[in-house]
Design a protein around this ligand. Structure first.
Ligand SMILES: [Zn+2]
Ligand SMILES: [Zn+2]
Length: 340
């Protein structure tokens, strides 16, 4: 891999004008992340999207209150896969009451309906919604779906959230529960401004753990990324990006086979190889929210690589298609069909 040289246009002290611009860019908060539960809040203007709902509604409501929001402020929820740490039944019931749309790929919707028969009601009421295209427009965001290898029924997916801002089109990518790197994951992480990616285990700690052999094999081959594998995805993504992400948040960190310190150290050491030490590597936590990750107007880290693809043109095209094929997707829409 030929490493791009990174040019840093930086300024740590932002002017008030820059601060005002940054405030209108997307912000990300990981409400909690581990094998016990996952949920990531992405806000852009009045749009609030929750990626995964693996906690009870009371927990998510409490964490959202910390950033001045409540559950009913959610514009939509997107589910990555059917494992219990990503879909909480009580949360889905609450979303049904509040009529918050929950999006997921068709196979995940079918699996949820098979596993929990009452969820057919959520589909019937238009709350549980299959993703019909790989791009879904929600409020002022466009959410792009990409496949992720993981051993869950109905498949596993990651999401890139695009939104226009005064600083141009911004991209946030969230991907956890990744068995191994794929081109589509690397492409999704490329050109992102904020990345939430799993850094599940330290390989040595996993091997030395008291876990049964079959479980270690499952985690390594069909389950989750090690710290090194996570860093490898980020490096390969930067290698094909015109700029580096401002923040990389490390999620789904194993409580038995890893530590936040190991995960952060591994990612930082890898970034150093690309001369990218100024990228913020952030921690997430199992049962409390992370810091709020925002996009700074005062910093731009260019790699010297030309844009991997003509993202703006591609998005404009996709947006036009999405607009034609879908109705308004906010849960306040009067076009929703309810059976009561
Ligand atoms: Zn998980
Ligand atoms: Zn999983």
């Amino acid at each position: 891999m030929q490493s791009p040289s990174v040019r840093v246009h930086a300024g740590n002290g932002m002017s008030s004008q820059q601060e005002a611009l940054s405030a209108r860019c997307p912000r990300v908060t990981v409400l909690g992340s581990s094998s016990a539960g996952n949920g990531t809040l992405v806000r852009s203007g009045a749009t609030s999207i929750l990626i995964d709902c693996g906690f009870p509604p009371e927990y998510i409501n409490g964490q959202m209150a910390d950033v001045g929001l409540k559950l009913s402020d959610l514009t939509a929820v997107f589910i990555t896969h059917t494992h219990g740490d990503h879909v909480n039944q009580m949360f889905v019931r609450r979303a049904l009451e509040l009529r918050i749309p929950i999006f997921c790929p068709t196979d995940i919707e079918l699996h949820l309906q098979t596993q929990y028969t009452w969820m057919a009601r959520a589909s019937h009421r238009g709350v549980l919604r299959p993703i019909m295209n790989d791009c879904t427009e929600v409020g002022n965001c466009l959410v792009r779906t990409f496949p992720v290898p993981h051993d869950s029924a109905g498949g596993c997916f990651g999401y890139s959230i695009f939104s226009e801002s005064p600083l141009g089109m911004k991209k946030v990518t969230v991907a956890t529960d990744i068995a191994f790197a794929t081109e589509s994951i690397i492409d999704a992480v490329a050109e992102s401004d904020i990345v939430v990616i799993e850094s599940n285990h330290d390989l040595e700690m996993l091997e030395n753990s008291g876990r049964p052999v079959w479980l270690k094999k499952r985690i390594r081959e069909r389950g989750h990324l090690s710290n090194d594998e996570s860093a490898d995805i980020v490096l390969r993504a930067i290698d094909r990006s015109s700029h580096v992400p401002q923040t990389i948040a490390l999620a789904h960190v194993s409580q038995q086979c890893n530590t936040n310190a190991f995960a952060v150290q591994s990612m930082r050491e890898s970034l150093r190889k690309l001369d990218c030490e100024r990228v913020t590597v952030a921690e997430t936590f199992p049962f409390t929210r992370s810091a709020v990750f925002s996009i700074s107007a005062g910093q731009k880290h260019e790699t010297g690589v030309s844009c991997y693809s003509d993202l703006s043109a591609e998005l404009q095209f996709r947006k036009t298609v999405a607009l034609k094929q879908q109705t308004s997707l906010t849960h306040k829409s009067t076009r929703l069909v309810y059976d009561s």
